[in-house]
Design a protein around this ligand. Structure first.
Ligand SMILES: C[S@@+](CC[C@H](N)C(=O)[O-])C[C@H]1O[C@@H](n2cnc3c(N)ncnc32)[C@H](O)[C@@H]1O
Length: 386
Protein backbone atom coordinates (compact mmCIF):
# COMPACT_ATOMS: atom_id res chain seq x y z
CA UNK A 1 0.00 0.00 0.00
CA UNK A 2 1.21 3.45 -0.87
CA UNK A 3 0.89 6.19 1.76
CA UNK A 4 0.45 9.92 1.19
CA UNK A 5 3.45 12.13 1.91
CA UNK A 6 1.27 14.34 4.09
CA UNK A 7 -0.02 11.47 6.20
CA UNK A 8 3.52 10.18 6.75
CA UNK A 9 4.44 13.67 7.98
CA UNK A 10 1.29 13.82 10.15
CA UNK A 11 -0.06 16.79 8.22
CA UNK A 12 -3.80 16.41 8.61
CA UNK A 13 -4.95 19.27 6.41
CA UNK A 14 -3.69 21.96 4.03
CA UNK A 15 -3.16 24.41 6.90
CA UNK A 16 -0.82 21.92 8.65
CA UNK A 17 0.93 21.50 5.31
CA UNK A 18 1.31 25.24 4.89
CA UNK A 19 2.85 25.64 8.35
CA UNK A 20 5.20 22.68 7.79
CA UNK A 21 6.26 23.96 4.35
CA UNK A 22 7.07 27.36 5.86
CA UNK A 23 9.09 25.75 8.67
CA UNK A 24 11.30 23.80 6.26
CA UNK A 25 11.47 26.66 3.76
CA UNK A 26 9.71 25.24 0.70
CA UNK A 27 6.54 26.35 -1.02
CA UNK A 28 3.37 24.54 0.03
CA UNK A 29 2.34 24.33 -3.63
CA UNK A 30 5.45 22.34 -4.42
CA UNK A 31 4.97 20.06 -1.44
CA UNK A 32 1.30 19.51 -2.37
CA UNK A 33 2.37 18.69 -5.94
CA UNK A 34 4.49 15.76 -4.66
CA UNK A 35 1.75 14.66 -2.29
CA UNK A 36 -1.16 14.85 -4.74
CA UNK A 37 0.66 13.23 -7.65
CA UNK A 38 2.44 10.46 -5.67
CA UNK A 39 5.78 11.73 -6.94
CA UNK A 40 8.95 11.22 -4.95
CA UNK A 41 10.16 14.67 -3.85
CA UNK A 42 13.21 16.34 -5.25
CA UNK A 43 16.49 15.53 -3.41
CA UNK A 44 16.76 19.02 -1.79
CA UNK A 45 13.26 18.77 -0.40
CA UNK A 46 13.91 15.29 0.98
CA UNK A 47 16.99 16.67 2.75
CA UNK A 48 14.90 19.46 4.33
CA UNK A 49 12.14 17.03 5.38
CA UNK A 50 14.66 14.66 6.99
CA UNK A 51 16.52 17.51 8.70
CA UNK A 52 13.28 18.63 10.27
CA UNK A 53 11.98 15.13 11.15
CA UNK A 54 15.07 13.64 12.75
CA UNK A 55 13.32 10.38 13.60
CA UNK A 56 12.39 9.72 9.96
CA UNK A 57 14.89 8.05 7.64
CA UNK A 58 14.98 8.13 3.88
CA UNK A 59 14.50 4.36 3.80
CA UNK A 60 11.30 4.64 5.84
CA UNK A 61 10.04 7.48 3.69
CA UNK A 62 10.66 5.58 0.48
CA UNK A 63 9.07 2.37 1.73
CA UNK A 64 5.99 4.12 3.11
CA UNK A 65 5.53 6.09 -0.11
CA UNK A 66 5.74 2.79 -2.01
CA UNK A 67 8.84 4.00 -3.81
CA UNK A 68 10.80 0.73 -3.85
CA UNK A 69 13.85 1.41 -5.99
CA UNK A 70 16.55 -1.13 -6.80
CA UNK A 71 18.69 0.03 -3.85
CA UNK A 72 15.89 -0.73 -1.37
CA UNK A 73 15.07 -3.95 -3.13
CA UNK A 74 18.62 -5.17 -2.86
CA UNK A 75 18.68 -4.19 0.84
CA UNK A 76 15.46 -6.16 1.40
CA UNK A 77 16.85 -9.12 -0.53
CA UNK A 78 20.06 -9.17 1.52
CA UNK A 79 18.09 -9.14 4.76
CA UNK A 80 15.17 -11.23 3.65
CA UNK A 81 15.50 -13.87 6.39
CA UNK A 82 15.36 -11.34 9.21
CA UNK A 83 12.61 -9.39 7.52
CA UNK A 84 10.40 -12.40 6.96
CA UNK A 85 10.93 -13.53 10.56
CA UNK A 86 9.72 -10.11 11.74
CA UNK A 87 6.86 -9.73 9.27
CA UNK A 88 5.67 -13.33 9.16
CA UNK A 89 2.53 -12.43 7.20
CA UNK A 90 -0.35 -14.82 7.79
CA UNK A 91 -0.27 -17.58 5.20
CA UNK A 92 -2.68 -16.68 2.40
CA UNK A 93 -5.75 -18.83 2.28
CA UNK A 94 -5.86 -20.45 -1.09
CA UNK A 95 -8.86 -22.01 -2.72
CA UNK A 96 -11.00 -21.49 0.38
CA UNK A 97 -13.52 -19.21 -1.20
CA UNK A 98 -16.70 -17.78 0.19
CA UNK A 99 -19.80 -19.05 -1.55
CA UNK A 100 -21.14 -16.80 -4.29
CA UNK A 101 -24.25 -14.97 -3.12
CA UNK A 102 -27.50 -15.18 -5.03
CA UNK A 103 -27.34 -13.30 -8.36
CA UNK A 104 -29.84 -10.46 -8.70
CA UNK A 105 -30.28 -11.13 -12.40
CA UNK A 106 -29.42 -14.10 -14.56
CA UNK A 107 -29.84 -15.55 -18.02
CA UNK A 108 -28.96 -19.01 -19.29
CA UNK A 109 -25.45 -17.69 -19.99
CA UNK A 110 -24.78 -15.08 -17.34
CA UNK A 111 -25.11 -13.88 -13.79
CA UNK A 112 -25.20 -10.31 -12.58
CA UNK A 113 -24.48 -9.30 -9.00
CA UNK A 114 -25.41 -5.94 -7.57
CA UNK A 115 -22.34 -5.78 -5.39
CA UNK A 116 -18.83 -4.51 -4.92
CA UNK A 117 -16.68 -6.33 -7.46
CA UNK A 118 -14.06 -7.18 -4.82
CA UNK A 119 -16.63 -9.02 -2.75
CA UNK A 120 -17.73 -11.19 -5.70
CA UNK A 121 -14.21 -11.74 -7.01
CA UNK A 122 -13.29 -13.05 -3.59
CA UNK A 123 -15.75 -15.90 -4.21
CA UNK A 124 -14.51 -16.73 -7.71
CA UNK A 125 -12.05 -19.62 -7.97
CA UNK A 126 -8.48 -19.17 -9.19
CA UNK A 127 -8.02 -19.39 -12.97
CA UNK A 128 -11.73 -19.63 -13.75
CA UNK A 129 -12.38 -16.96 -16.43
CA UNK A 130 -11.20 -16.71 -20.02
CA UNK A 131 -11.55 -12.97 -20.52
CA UNK A 132 -11.70 -10.00 -18.18
CA UNK A 133 -12.67 -6.63 -19.52
CA UNK A 134 -12.58 -3.71 -17.06
CA UNK A 135 -13.65 -0.12 -17.53
CA UNK A 136 -13.23 1.29 -14.00
CA UNK A 137 -14.22 4.78 -12.90
CA UNK A 138 -11.43 7.17 -13.96
CA UNK A 139 -11.42 9.17 -10.72
CA UNK A 140 -12.41 12.33 -12.56
CA UNK A 141 -15.04 13.42 -10.02
CA UNK A 142 -17.83 12.17 -12.28
CA UNK A 143 -21.25 11.46 -10.87
CA UNK A 144 -22.28 7.86 -11.23
CA UNK A 145 -25.78 6.53 -10.60
CA UNK A 146 -24.15 4.38 -7.88
CA UNK A 147 -22.82 7.44 -6.06
CA UNK A 148 -19.31 5.87 -5.83
CA UNK A 149 -16.64 8.35 -4.79
CA UNK A 150 -14.96 9.27 -8.07
CA UNK A 151 -12.71 11.86 -6.48
CA UNK A 152 -10.33 9.79 -4.36
CA UNK A 153 -6.80 10.91 -3.60
CA UNK A 154 -4.34 9.51 -6.11
CA UNK A 155 -2.88 7.18 -3.48
CA UNK A 156 -6.29 5.78 -2.54
CA UNK A 157 -7.27 5.29 -6.19
CA UNK A 158 -4.00 3.48 -6.93
CA UNK A 159 -4.28 1.28 -3.82
CA UNK A 160 -7.87 0.35 -4.74
CA UNK A 161 -6.85 -0.30 -8.37
CA UNK A 162 -4.08 -2.61 -7.25
CA UNK A 163 -6.60 -4.68 -5.27
CA UNK A 164 -9.04 -5.36 -8.12
CA UNK A 165 -6.23 -5.80 -10.66
CA UNK A 166 -4.49 -8.37 -8.46
CA UNK A 167 -7.74 -10.25 -7.99
CA UNK A 168 -8.33 -10.15 -11.75
CA UNK A 169 -4.94 -11.73 -12.32
CA UNK A 170 -5.76 -14.50 -9.86
CA UNK A 171 -9.09 -15.47 -11.45
CA UNK A 172 -7.80 -15.34 -15.03
CA UNK A 173 -7.18 -18.75 -16.65
CA UNK A 174 -3.81 -19.60 -18.20
CA UNK A 175 -3.99 -18.31 -21.76
CA UNK A 176 -6.82 -15.96 -20.74
CA UNK A 177 -6.89 -12.31 -21.76
CA UNK A 178 -7.22 -9.18 -19.67
CA UNK A 179 -8.23 -5.85 -21.19
CA UNK A 180 -8.22 -2.65 -19.13
CA UNK A 181 -9.73 0.55 -20.49
CA UNK A 182 -8.60 3.78 -18.87
CA UNK A 183 -6.94 7.11 -19.46
CA UNK A 184 -3.31 6.70 -20.57
CA UNK A 185 -2.11 8.44 -17.38
CA UNK A 186 -3.79 5.81 -15.14
CA UNK A 187 -2.83 2.91 -17.37
CA UNK A 188 0.87 3.67 -16.91
CA UNK A 189 0.33 2.61 -13.26
CA UNK A 190 -1.86 -0.33 -14.28
CA UNK A 191 0.89 -1.59 -16.59
CA UNK A 192 3.40 -1.37 -13.75
CA UNK A 193 1.32 -3.88 -11.77
CA UNK A 194 0.43 -6.12 -14.70
CA UNK A 195 3.99 -6.36 -16.03
CA UNK A 196 4.94 -8.30 -12.91
CA UNK A 197 2.49 -11.12 -13.59
CA UNK A 198 1.20 -11.10 -17.15
CA UNK A 199 2.46 -10.74 -20.65
CA UNK A 200 1.74 -7.52 -22.54
CA UNK A 201 0.23 -8.24 -25.96
CA UNK A 202 -0.61 -4.68 -26.91
CA UNK A 203 -1.05 -1.14 -25.67
CA UNK A 204 -3.98 -0.24 -27.92
CA UNK A 205 -4.68 3.43 -28.58
CA UNK A 206 -8.37 4.00 -29.21
CA UNK A 207 -8.62 7.26 -31.06
CA UNK A 208 -11.41 9.21 -29.36
CA UNK A 209 -11.06 12.76 -28.10
CA UNK A 210 -11.94 12.58 -24.41
CA UNK A 211 -11.30 16.05 -23.10
CA UNK A 212 -11.20 19.64 -24.21
CA UNK A 213 -7.86 21.03 -25.36
CA UNK A 214 -5.71 21.94 -22.34
CA UNK A 215 -3.36 24.96 -22.57
CA UNK A 216 0.34 23.99 -22.78
CA UNK A 217 -0.49 20.32 -23.35
CA UNK A 218 -1.22 18.14 -26.36
CA UNK A 219 -4.90 17.59 -27.11
CA UNK A 220 -5.86 14.27 -25.36
CA UNK A 221 -7.05 12.16 -28.23
CA UNK A 222 -6.82 8.51 -27.24
CA UNK A 223 -7.97 6.13 -24.55
CA UNK A 224 -5.59 3.40 -23.56
CA UNK A 225 -6.74 -0.19 -23.86
CA UNK A 226 -4.24 -2.52 -22.26
CA UNK A 227 -4.29 -6.07 -23.57
CA UNK A 228 -2.43 -8.65 -21.47
CA UNK A 229 -2.42 -12.42 -21.52
CA UNK A 230 -1.63 -14.93 -18.79
CA UNK A 231 1.31 -17.00 -19.98
CA UNK A 232 3.19 -17.07 -23.21
CA UNK A 233 0.29 -16.91 -25.64
CA UNK A 234 -3.48 -16.55 -25.64
CA UNK A 235 -5.70 -19.62 -25.88
CA UNK A 236 -7.90 -17.72 -28.33
CA UNK A 237 -6.80 -15.08 -30.77
CA UNK A 238 -9.09 -14.56 -33.71
CA UNK A 239 -7.33 -12.11 -35.97
CA UNK A 240 -9.64 -9.79 -37.86
CA UNK A 241 -9.43 -7.46 -40.83
CA UNK A 242 -11.17 -4.17 -41.44
CA UNK A 243 -12.49 -2.45 -44.54
CA UNK A 244 -10.36 0.33 -46.01
CA UNK A 245 -10.77 3.69 -44.31
CA UNK A 246 -12.59 6.02 -46.70
CA UNK A 247 -14.12 9.49 -46.58
CA UNK A 248 -17.57 9.22 -45.00
CA UNK A 249 -19.04 11.75 -47.42
CA UNK A 250 -17.61 11.00 -50.85
CA UNK A 251 -16.19 7.49 -50.35
CA UNK A 252 -12.72 8.65 -51.51
CA UNK A 253 -9.36 7.42 -50.17
CA UNK A 254 -8.07 8.87 -46.92
CA UNK A 255 -4.54 7.59 -47.49
CA UNK A 256 -2.56 7.50 -50.69
CA UNK A 257 -1.97 3.84 -51.58
CA UNK A 258 0.04 4.75 -54.67
CA UNK A 259 1.11 1.66 -56.57
CA UNK A 260 0.10 -0.65 -53.70
CA UNK A 261 -3.64 -0.66 -54.38
CA UNK A 262 -3.52 -3.99 -56.15
CA UNK A 263 -1.43 -5.54 -53.40
CA UNK A 264 -4.03 -4.83 -50.69
CA UNK A 265 -5.58 -7.99 -49.32
CA UNK A 266 -9.18 -8.28 -50.58
CA UNK A 267 -10.11 -9.58 -47.13
CA UNK A 268 -9.35 -6.17 -45.66
CA UNK A 269 -6.67 -4.30 -43.76
CA UNK A 270 -5.07 -6.05 -40.75
CA UNK A 271 -6.27 -4.68 -37.45
CA UNK A 272 -3.52 -2.58 -35.86
CA UNK A 273 -2.98 -1.37 -32.32
CA UNK A 274 -4.53 2.02 -33.18
CA UNK A 275 -8.31 1.80 -33.40
CA UNK A 276 -10.01 4.67 -35.17
CA UNK A 277 -13.45 3.23 -35.76
CA UNK A 278 -14.77 3.34 -32.20
CA UNK A 279 -17.13 6.25 -31.57
CA UNK A 280 -18.45 7.32 -28.18
CA UNK A 281 -22.10 6.53 -27.51
CA UNK A 282 -23.82 9.91 -27.66
CA UNK A 283 -27.00 9.51 -29.70
CA UNK A 284 -29.96 8.72 -27.46
CA UNK A 285 -31.14 5.98 -29.81
CA UNK A 286 -28.07 3.98 -28.73
CA UNK A 287 -27.52 5.30 -25.21
CA UNK A 288 -28.92 3.52 -22.17
CA UNK A 289 -27.89 5.77 -19.29
CA UNK A 290 -26.68 9.30 -18.53
CA UNK A 291 -23.16 8.38 -17.39
CA UNK A 292 -20.65 6.95 -19.80
CA UNK A 293 -21.28 3.76 -21.68
CA UNK A 294 -18.98 1.99 -24.11
CA UNK A 295 -20.03 1.28 -27.68
CA UNK A 296 -21.08 -2.19 -28.80
CA UNK A 297 -18.40 -2.37 -31.50
CA UNK A 298 -15.60 -2.02 -28.92
CA UNK A 299 -16.86 -4.96 -26.89
CA UNK A 300 -17.74 -6.97 -29.99
CA UNK A 301 -14.13 -6.63 -31.14
CA UNK A 302 -12.55 -7.50 -27.79
CA UNK A 303 -14.79 -10.49 -27.14
CA UNK A 304 -14.56 -11.87 -30.69
CA UNK A 305 -10.79 -11.38 -30.76
CA UNK A 306 -9.99 -13.14 -27.52
CA UNK A 307 -12.67 -15.77 -26.84
CA UNK A 308 -14.73 -18.50 -28.45
CA UNK A 309 -18.36 -19.52 -27.89
CA UNK A 310 -18.98 -20.86 -24.39
CA UNK A 311 -15.96 -19.08 -22.82
CA UNK A 312 -16.41 -17.21 -19.55
CA UNK A 313 -16.22 -13.39 -19.60
CA UNK A 314 -15.99 -11.27 -16.45
CA UNK A 315 -16.48 -7.50 -16.21
CA UNK A 316 -16.19 -6.05 -12.69
CA UNK A 317 -17.64 -2.61 -13.57
CA UNK A 318 -21.01 -3.24 -15.20
CA UNK A 319 -22.25 0.32 -15.79
CA UNK A 320 -24.97 -0.05 -18.42
CA UNK A 321 -24.00 -3.68 -19.07
CA UNK A 322 -22.46 -3.40 -22.56
CA UNK A 323 -20.05 -6.29 -21.93
CA UNK A 324 -22.84 -8.56 -20.71
CA UNK A 325 -25.18 -7.76 -23.63
CA UNK A 326 -22.44 -8.43 -26.19
CA UNK A 327 -21.34 -11.61 -24.40
CA UNK A 328 -24.91 -12.89 -24.39
CA UNK A 329 -25.41 -12.15 -28.09
CA UNK A 330 -22.09 -13.76 -28.99
CA UNK A 331 -22.99 -16.85 -26.89
CA UNK A 332 -20.27 -16.41 -24.28
CA UNK A 333 -20.97 -17.13 -20.63
CA UNK A 334 -20.56 -14.09 -18.41
CA UNK A 335 -20.35 -12.84 -14.83
CA UNK A 336 -20.95 -9.20 -13.97
CA UNK A 337 -20.85 -6.94 -10.96
CA UNK A 338 -22.17 -3.41 -10.55
CA UNK A 339 -22.22 -1.59 -7.26
CA UNK A 340 -24.94 0.85 -8.37
CA UNK A 341 -28.43 0.34 -9.79
CA UNK A 342 -28.74 -2.58 -12.18
CA UNK A 343 -32.22 -1.94 -13.58
CA UNK A 344 -30.68 -0.30 -16.68
CA UNK A 345 -28.79 -3.53 -17.37
CA UNK A 346 -31.85 -5.69 -16.80
CA UNK A 347 -33.87 -3.45 -19.14
CA UNK A 348 -31.29 -3.88 -21.90
CA UNK A 349 -31.81 -7.61 -21.76
CA UNK A 350 -35.54 -7.22 -22.38
CA UNK A 351 -34.86 -6.33 -25.98
CA UNK A 352 -31.79 -7.92 -27.48
CA UNK A 353 -33.12 -7.70 -31.02
CA UNK A 354 -31.77 -4.24 -31.76
CA UNK A 355 -28.25 -4.80 -30.36
CA UNK A 356 -28.17 -8.23 -32.07
CA UNK A 357 -28.89 -6.53 -35.37
CA UNK A 358 -26.14 -3.96 -34.78
CA UNK A 359 -23.68 -6.70 -33.89
CA UNK A 360 -24.64 -8.63 -36.99
CA UNK A 361 -23.93 -5.50 -39.07
CA UNK A 362 -20.55 -5.06 -37.34
CA UNK A 363 -19.63 -8.66 -38.06
CA UNK A 364 -20.87 -8.53 -41.66
CA UNK A 365 -18.60 -5.58 -42.42
CA UNK A 366 -15.40 -7.36 -41.25
CA UNK A 367 -12.83 -9.21 -43.29
CA UNK A 368 -13.43 -7.50 -46.63
CA UNK A 369 -11.73 -4.51 -48.23
CA UNK A 370 -15.00 -2.89 -49.32
CA UNK A 371 -18.49 -3.47 -47.95
CA UNK A 372 -21.42 -3.43 -50.40
CA UNK A 373 -22.27 0.10 -49.26
CA UNK A 374 -18.69 1.27 -49.84
CA UNK A 375 -18.65 -0.32 -53.29
CA UNK A 376 -21.80 1.61 -54.26
CA UNK A 377 -20.54 5.06 -53.26
CA UNK A 378 -17.07 4.45 -54.72
CA UNK A 379 -18.51 3.24 -58.02
CA UNK A 380 -20.83 6.24 -58.14
CA UNK A 381 -17.98 8.70 -57.54
CA UNK A 382 -15.47 6.92 -59.75
CA UNK A 383 -13.00 5.62 -57.15
CA UNK A 384 -10.97 2.43 -57.64
CA UNK A 385 -12.12 -0.95 -56.34
CA UNK A 386 -9.92 -3.97 -55.92
C1 LIG B 1 -17.00 3.62 -16.32
S1 LIG B 1 -18.40 2.83 -15.73
C2 LIG B 1 -18.52 1.37 -16.70
C3 LIG B 1 -19.32 1.57 -17.96
C4 LIG B 1 -19.52 0.30 -18.72
N1 LIG B 1 -18.30 -0.20 -19.31
C5 LIG B 1 -20.57 0.50 -19.83
O1 LIG B 1 -20.24 0.31 -21.03
O2 LIG B 1 -21.69 0.85 -19.53
C6 LIG B 1 -17.86 2.24 -14.19
C7 LIG B 1 -18.96 1.57 -13.37
O3 LIG B 1 -18.33 0.89 -12.27
C8 LIG B 1 -19.20 0.95 -11.16
N2 LIG B 1 -18.38 0.69 -9.96
C9 LIG B 1 -17.54 1.54 -9.32
N3 LIG B 1 -16.95 0.92 -8.29
C10 LIG B 1 -17.39 -0.35 -8.29
C11 LIG B 1 -17.11 -1.48 -7.49
N4 LIG B 1 -16.25 -1.42 -6.48
N5 LIG B 1 -17.72 -2.65 -7.78
C12 LIG B 1 -18.61 -2.73 -8.81
N6 LIG B 1 -18.92 -1.68 -9.61
C13 LIG B 1 -18.31 -0.52 -9.36
C14 LIG B 1 -19.80 2.35 -11.24
O4 LIG B 1 -21.02 2.43 -10.53
C15 LIG B 1 -19.95 2.55 -12.75
O5 LIG B 1 -21.25 2.21 -13.18
Amino acid sequence: MKEDLFSILNLNNREDARIFAKEIGVSVTELAYYNDNCIYPDYNIIKKILNYNQDLTELELKIRLGHIDSEILSYLQKNVKEISSICNPAAKETNVKRELPHAQFSTSLGKLYKADCLEIMDSLPDESVDLIFADPPFNLKKEYESGVNDGLSKTSYLNWSEKWITESIRILKKGGSLFIWNLPSWNTYTAEILNKYLNLRHWIAVDIKYSLPIPNKLYPSHYSLLYYVKGDKPTSFNQERLPLEICRHCGGDIKDYGGYKNKLNTEGISLTDVWRDISPVRHKKYKNRTSNELPLNLLERIISLSTKKGDMVFDPFGGSGTTYVVSEILKRRWIGTEIGPIDIIEDRFKNLEFPSLLIQQIQDSKNQLFTEEMKKIRTKNGYWLS
